[in-house]
Design a protein around this ligand. Structure first.
Ligand SMILES: *[C@@H]1O[C@H](CO)[C@@H](O)[C@H](O)[C@H]1NC(C)=O
Ligand SMILES: *[C@@H]1O[C@H](CO)[C@@H](O)[C@H](O)[C@H]1NC(C)=O
Ligand SMILES: *[C@@H]1O[C@H](CO)[C@@H](O)[C@H](O)[C@H]1NC(C)=O
Ligand SMILES: *[C@@H]1O[C@H](CO)[C@@H](O)[C@H](O)[C@H]1NC(C)=O
Ligand SMILES: *[C@@H]1O[C@H](CO)[C@@H](O)[C@H](O)[C@H]1NC(C)=O
Ligand SMILES: *[C@@H]1O[C@H](CO)[C@@H](O)[C@H](O)[C@H]1NC(C)=O
Ligand SMILES: [Zn+2]
Length: 657
C-alpha cells in the first residue's frame, strides 16, 4: 500500500484540479498532454499529440513571467530510454503556437463576469502511431523542471480477424429501465410471466458499460460516440478529438475511429451509417467527423462526403450507405454552402428521398437516403398517429411538401445490409444503426414516443438477425446493441387516467397513482387487433391509450405538467420560454391540461430533461460475443469490436496500407 501521506497529497491536488469549471479538461496542471494520462490505444491507431503550457495572467492561478516557449516532450516505452517525440516518431519538431483564452473559475466569477485569462504556448504532432503493445510514458517538461506525465497503454490483443461483419446498434439514451418498461407495454404476461420475449432478451451475452467522460461524469452523445467508436474518452461536444484550449474547432488533436482504421486496413471493406436523427447529429457524425464542436454540421456532412480534407491518414471513400434525416444540412444554405445531393450523385451515390426510392435503389451502388428535414418522425407518429405527419413541410428536397412516404429504422437498416452485403460479400462491412429518438423523446419527457422508438429498435434487431440468416451471414457477423448514455427514467406504478382527469385539485389528482399492489397489470397489451396479442415476431403495444397507464418519470426535469397519457396530437413540449426571457422556462400548460403541475429540478434555463449517470447495457451475439460480458468501460466496446475485426497493427510495415 502507498503511504497515506502521499495518498492524501495526491487527493488534494486532484481535487483542486477537477472543479466543475475547469481551465481545460484533462489537463492536471499548467502543462497539458493530449492524449492525456490513462489513454488507451489500438496498436497502430493514428493519433495527434497536443501539448499546451498555460500561463495564467490573472485569477487564482496567476503567475509572473513569460509563457514557456522552450518546453520539452519525451516518450519512453516502459523500461526503455526517453527520447524526444520528434525523434521517436521520426517527424520534424512542430512549430510553436501561441494563443490565449478565458474561463470562469466558478459560478460567482461567471455572475460577476470576471473571466480568468490564460496565455498559451503549444505544439501539435500530427498523425503518429504506436505499434508495439505495452505501457508508455509521455512526459512534458515545462517551466524548467515542472512535469506532466501521461501514462499511455497500447493494448495487447490478438491480430487475427474473427468476424467478417460488425453491426453496432446504438439505442441513444437507452437504459435497462427503459427496456423493462417497453417490454411491459409490448409483451403480454400471464401471472407474472411473459408469453414472449424481446429480441434483446434472447441475446446470449449481456455486459454493462460505464459511460463517464474524460472530464465530467455525465456525457453527451458526441463524447460517448467517440468513446464507442475510437476508444478515447473526450469532452462533451467533441467528436474524435481531444479538446484543446484554442478557439479553432478543427485544430484539436484527432484520432482515428473504427471505420477509418477498418477502411485503411481493408480498402475493400464496406461501411454503413443509419440513423433516425438528422445525419449531422453526433452519433452518426462520430463515424466521420473530427471536431471539438458537434455543432459544425457542414464539417460533418463534408466528412461523410470526402473525409478529412488535407489530412493524410486515410483514403476515405465515404460510406457505402448513409441513411437518415436532416435534409437541411444537405441543401444549399448559409451554413451548408455546398449542394450536397449533387456532390454525392456525382460521386456515384443514388439519392433516395422517400421509402419507395429507398426500396427501389439498386443494391450494388452507393446509396444516400435523406428522408426529411429535422429528425425522422417517431415510430408512434409514423404508425399510430399518422395525422401528425401532415402539414410539416419537411420533404427532403426543400420544396416545402410533406414527407409522407417515410421509412423507419427497420427499413433503413435492412436496406443498408442488402447494399453492404451485395457490394462487400468478400471483405465484410461495419454498420452502425442508431435509434436516436429514444434519447430525443426522453429529453422532452415523451415516454410513449421514446419507448416506441425502443420497440422499433428491438423489432429492427429481430429483423436484422433474420435477414443475416437468409443471406448466410449470421455466423460471421458480430451484433452489438448498446447505448451511449442513459436518462434517469423508471416506472413506479400505474395511473388511473379516468380518475385523474375527473379531479379538479392537483393534490387530489395524485391519488390516481397506484403503486405496489395497486399498480395492477399492463393494460397496453390488451385490446387492439387480436393478431398482435401472442404473435412471435412483431411486438408493439396493442393500444397506447389504456385507462391505466404507466406512472413513469425521470429524475431531473424542467417545470411541466403530467397527465400520464399518450400525446396523440404530436410530440410533447413540456416547458416554454417565460414571457420575461431572463426567467427561463416555465410549464407549458397546454402540454397536459388535465394533469398536475410538477415543479422543475433543473436550472430554469433547461427546457428539457438531461442525461444521467447510469451504466448502460451491452448485448452481444456472434463471433467474439464472449468479449462483451461483464462490467467494463465504454471505450472497451471499441477495443472489442476492433479486436474482432483484427484491426490491431503491431508493426509499421505489417498488414496495413
Ligand atoms: C483578467 O484579465 C482580463 C483581460 O484583461 C479581464 O477581462 C478579466 O476581468 C480579468 N479577470 C480577473 C479575474 O481579474
Ligand atoms: C499574454 O500574451 C499577450 C499577447 O497575446 C502579451 O501581450 C502579454 O504580455 C502576455 N502576458 C503575459 C503575462 O505574459
Ligand atoms: C489574445 O490573443 C489575441 C490574438 O489571438 C490578441 O489579439 C489579444 O490581444 C490577446 N489578448 C490578450 C489579453 O493578451
Ligand atoms: C419518391 O421519390 C421518387 C424519386 O425522387 C419520386 O419520383 C417520387 O415521386 C417520390 N414519391 C413520393 C411519394 O414522394
Ligand atoms: C393542413 O393544412 C390544410 C390547409 O393548409 C388544412 O386544411 C388542414 O386542416 C391541415 N391539416 C392538419 C392535420 O393540420
Ligand atoms: C411550484 O413552485 C412555485 C414557486 O416557484 C410555488 O409557488 C408552487 O407552490 C409550487 N408548486 C408545486 C406543486 O410544488
Ligand atoms: Zn441526449
Amino acid at each position: 500500500m502507498r503511504p497515506l501521506s502521499i495518498f492524501a497529497t495526491a487527493w488534494t491536488l486532484s481535487f483542486a484540479a477537477a472543479q466543475t469549471f475547469q481551465r481545460l479538461g484533462g489537463c492536471p496542471d499548467l502543462g497539458c498532454v493530449f492524449p492525456p494520462d490513462q489513454a488507451d490505444f489500438l496498436p497502430g491507431q493514428y493519433f495527434d499529440i497536443r501539448l499546451e503550457v498555460h500561463s495564467p495572467v490573472n485569477g487564482s492561478e496567476a503567475r509572473v513571467g513569460e509563457p514557456d516557449s522552450d518546453f520539452k516532450f519525451t516518450i519512453a516505452k516502459k523500461g526503455g530510454h526517453s527520447v524526444s517525440a520528434a525523434k521517436y516518431f521520426k517527424v520534424e519538431e512542430p512549430e510553436l503556437e501561441r494563443w490565449n483564452f478565458t474561463w470562469y473559475e466558478d459560478l460567482f466569477a461567471q455572475d460577476a463576469n470576471q473571466p480568468s485569462l490564460v496565455n498559451v504556448t503549444a505544439k501539435a504532432y500530427r498523425r503518429v502511431a504506436l505499434y508495439e503493445p505495452g505501457e508508455y510514458e509521455a512526459t512534458l517538461t515545462y517551466y524548467g523542471h515542472k512535469k506532466t506525465v501521461a501514462n499511455w497503454l497500447v493494448r495487447d490483443m490478438p491480430t487475427k480477424r474473427r468476424a467478417k461483419n460488425v453491426i453496432l446498434f446504438v439505442g441513444d439514451g437507452m437504459t435497462t429501465n427503459m427496456i423493462t418498461a417497453a417490454r411491459l407495454m409490448a409483451h403480454r404476461s400471464i401471472n407474472g410471466k411473459y408469453m414472449t420475449k424481446m429480441a434483446l432478451d434472447k441475446f446470449p451475452i449481456l455486459g454493462h458499460q460505464m459511460t463517464h467522460s474524460m472530464d465530467s461524469f455525465i456525457t453527451d452523445s458526441a463524447n460517448s460516440a467517440t468513446a464507442l467508436y475510437s476508444g478515447h474518452k473526450t469532452t462533451v461536444n467533441a467528436l474524435n478529438v481531444y479538446v484543446d484550449s484554442s478557439s479553432d474547432p478543427f485544430d484539436d488533436p484527432k484520432f482515428e475511429n473504427i471505420v477509418e482504421v477498418f477502411r485503411r486496413r481493408n480498402p475493400d471493406g464496406g461501411v454503413g451509417i443509419v440513423s433516425t436523427a438528422f445525419l449531422a447529429d453526433a452519433t452518426p457524425a462520430g463515424l466521420a467527423a473530427h471536431t471539438s464542436d458537434r455543432g459544425e454540421y457542414d464539417h460533418v456532412i463534408s466528412a461523410y462526403y470526402e473525409g478529412l480534407k488535407d489530412y493524410e491518414w486515410t483514403d476515405w471513400k465515404g460510406p457505402d450507405v448513409l441513411l437518415g434525416a436532416g435534409a437541411e444540412n444537405f441543401l444549399k444554405s448559409e451554413d451548408a454552402p455546398r449542394a450536397y445531393y449533387d456532390l454525392f450523385s456525382e460521386k456515384g451515390y443514388n439519392v433516395a428521398w422517400n421509402n419507395t426510392a429507398l426500396e427501389n435503389a439498386p443494391n450494388d451502388e452507393k446509396l444516400l437516403g435523406v428522408f426529411q428535414t429535422s429528425n425522422l418522425e417517431t415510430w408512434l407518429d409514423r404508425n399510430v398517429y399518422q395525422s401528425n405527419l401532415l402539414n410539416q413541410s419537411n420533404y427532403p428536397d426543400g420544396s416545402g411538401r410533406d414527407a409522407d412516404d417515410l421509412p423507419g429504422l427497420k427499413d433503413m437498416t435492412l436496406k443498408a445490409i442488402d447494399v453492404l452485403h451485395e457490394r462487400h460479400s468478400d471483405d465484410g462491412f461495419f454498420l452502425m444503426s442508431e435509434a436516436a429518438s429514444i434519447d430525443k423523446q426522453m429529453h422532452t419527457l415523451d415516454y410513449d414516443r421514446s419507448l416506441g422508438e425502443l420497440l422499433e429498435l428491438d423489432d429492427t434487431v429481430r429483423a436484422t438477425i433474420e435477414k443475416l440468416e437468409s443471406l448466410g451471414e449470421l455466423e460471421e457477423t458480430l451484433i452489438v446493441v448498446t447505448a451511449d448514455h442513459g436518462h434517469g427514467f423508471d416506472v413506479t406504478g400505474s395511473v388511473d387516467t379516468d380518475y385523474l382527469d375527473a379531479q379538479d385539485d392537483d393534490r387530489d389528482k395524485r391519488n390516481a397513482v397506484g403503486y405496489y399492489q395497486n399498480s395492477g397489470l399492463s393494460q397496453y397489451t390488451v385490446g387492439g387487433p387480436k393478431s398482435l396479442r401472442y404473435s412471435e415476431g412483431v411486438h408493439f403495444p396493442a393500444r397506447w391509450d389504456p385507462r391505466y397507464t404507466l406512472h413513469a418519470g425521470v429524475v431531473a426535469f424542467p417545470d411541466h405538467r403530467e397527465n400520464y397519457q399518450v400525446h396523440s396530437e404530436g410530440p410533447r413540449t413540456p416547458a416554454v420560454a417565460a414571457k420575461d426571457k431572463k426567467n427561463g422556462y416555465y410549464v407549458n400548460y397546454k402540454d397536459a391540461v388535465t394533469g398536475f403541475l410538477i415543479n422543475g429540478t433543473l436550472p430554469v434555463s433547461a427546457d428539457q430533461g438531461v442525461h444521467s449517470l447510469t451504466d448502460v447495457p451491452v448485448f452481444a451475439k456472434g463471433p467474439c460475443q464472449e468479449l462483451f460480458g461483464g462490467v467494463y468501460n465504454s471505450i472497451d466496446v471499441f477495443f472489442h469490436m476492433a479486436e474482432c475485426l483484427g484491426l490491431a497493427q503491431t508493426s509499421k510495415g505489417h498488414g496495413g496500407k
